[in-house]
Design a protein around this ligand. Structure first.
Ligand code: F0G
Length: 459
């Protein structure tokens, strides 16, 4: 007999207390943080959905493996276990550890592309875009059409627009103007939405035809693989692990933050076939990250990832993982929230423009919703709107982003269903207060990656 309830497929051995706070406390904490939840102390947060990155609860197997961590500067067995685990899963022989995903991206861009070239993506994540641009590259996002209708469900809203990709490649590839094509799976900035195998394959075919390098930003490869299993014809009978292997077989290289589906608290890596690229990347690695067999990580971190990356493709784990996010998403939809629909693999994205129609984009509705949700219920999400992705033009004018989203990212294996039920009870009450919310204005606006340290006041 199949029961309806999907349980957390683990027991809890170690716990961390959560400090209870009152609304008055939180109003004060947030004011002191300049209305920027990045500047809060995490102990002042009840349920922390700022990110699913590096916040994973590690398994007993991972902690045990960490005890074997060998901290030799060069040639540690921890590196070889890391290498074997990733090689068996991805098929790439050249594997380069980094301290986290953004170091991998920077090294890849600087080693494989030339300044002035264009790099194309279904959508760059913020640090990826910043690393490309500070490496002298021009970034172009071409998400599929479904991306522009956040509320309208579609199975693979993370896809790239293949027509636009072909057009760009046809016009510019022969001039040597394209550095690489980077597919982000799942598409984090685009709602944590998956990319279909069909789309991944077709983009790879185009890259091969036009002789352009094809790379996957595979931070959330396991969640993407599970969506393919659930939603794409022909994959229901395959394991998520085999689907992940098929994804990796399509591209020239992957750039990975192991803080997501690597199940690590820190770490990342590049993996590729091309030995010349690998050589160039390793030379760059040694300059800034460390020797080639540790790349900025402790041996114990390499061990944790070597175990974690296999746990991430376990189908029972992935069933629970996607259901947990879906449970919150369906609950919010039932309350009348506008969210990116269907729910993504690691997060729910609230549509602040739809929920706060009385707050104009120049008053940052997604920043407002993020701040107010923390004050109301102690839940910390993150703004993905014009604070994070808008730009200040040279004449001082703000160019807003097309969407105003608040991401509630669910850490892996950390919270139970009771936490999610608290969240849903709180959002039902919070929703009633939305018409009273006011906009915010910047009191401090840094030039780059401004969402991390900006400060605001209510207006
Ligand atoms: N690519 C994607 C798709 C990401 O989501 C992230 C990080 C990175 C690259 C960079 O990896 O943090 O290890 O340097 N995303 C985190 C988040 C920060 O909250 O979504 P990193």
């Amino acid at each position: 007999m199949q029961f309806k309830t999907i349980i957390e497929p683990f027991r809890i051995k170690v716990v961390e207390p959560i400090k209870m706070t009152t609304r008055e406390d939180r109003v004060r904490f947030l004011r002191e943080a300049g209305l920027n939840v990045f500047l809060l102390k995490s102990e002042d947060v009840l349920i922390d959905l700022l990110t699913d990155s590096g916040t994973t609860a590690m398994s007993a197997e991972q902690w045990s493996a960490m005890m074997r961590g060998d901290e030799s500067y060069a040639g540690a067995p921890s590196y070889y276990r890391f290498h074997e685990s990733i090689y068996k899963l991805t098929g790439f022989k050249e594997i380069i550890p980094t301290h986290q995903g953004r170091a991998a991206e920077r090294i890849l861009f600087q080693s494989v592309c030339k300044p002035g070239q264009v790099v194309i993506s279904n959508m760059f994540f913020d640090t990826t875009r910043a690393n490309a641009e500070t490496s002298g590259l021009v970034t172009v996002d071409i998400p599929c059409k479904e991306y522009y209708s956040p509320m309208v469900p579609a199975p693979f809203k993370g896809n790239i627009d293949l027509e636009k990709l072909e057009e760009l490649l046809r016009l510019r590839a022969h001039l040597g103007e394209i550095g690489l094509v980077l597919m982000t799976i799942t598409n984090n900035s685009g709602g944590g939405q998956p990319v279909s195998m069909g789309n991944l394959r077709a983009a790879g075919d185009l890259c091969r035809r036009y002789k352009v390098n094809y790379v996957i930003d595979a931070c959330r490869f396991a969640e993407n693989a599970k969506f393919i299993k659930l939603r794409e014809q022909g994959y229901a009978g395959k394991s998520s692990r085999d689907i992940a292997k098929e994804i990796f077989s399509l591209c020239d290289a992957i750039s990975v933050s192991a803080k997501k589906d690597g199940m690590g608290n820190i770490g990342g890596f590049l993996a590729m076939h091309n030995q010349e690229w690998a050589q160039a990347c390793r030379n760059n690695l040694i300059l800034t990250e460390g020797f080639v067999t540790y790349g900025g990580l402790a041996g114990r971190d390499l061990e944790a990832i070597a175990v974690g990356i296999n746990e991430a493709v376990d189908d029972d784990y992935l069933t629970y993982r996607l259901q947990c996010v879906n449970y919150v998403g369906q609950g919010l939809l039932a309350q009348g929230w506008s969210i990116v629909n269907p729910p993504g693999g690691h997060a729910i994205y609230l549509d602040a423009k739809a929920m706060l129609p009385h707050i104009s984009v120049d008053k940052y509705p997604a920043q407002v919703l993020t701040s107010a949700l923390y004050e109301f219920a102690g839940i910390r999400g993150v703004e993905i709107g014009s604070v994070m992705l808008g730009r200040e033009m040279s004449d001082g004018h703000e160019q807003p982003h097309s969407q105003e989203l608040v991401r509630l990212a669910i850490p892996r294996r950390v919270y139970t269903q009771a936490h999610m039920d608290y969240l849903l009870e709180a959002t039902a009450e919070f929703k009633k207060t939305l018409p009273q919310l006011r906009g915010v204005r910047f009191t401090y606006k840094p030039k780059v990656l401004r969402h991390f340290t900006a400060r605001f006041e209510w207006c």
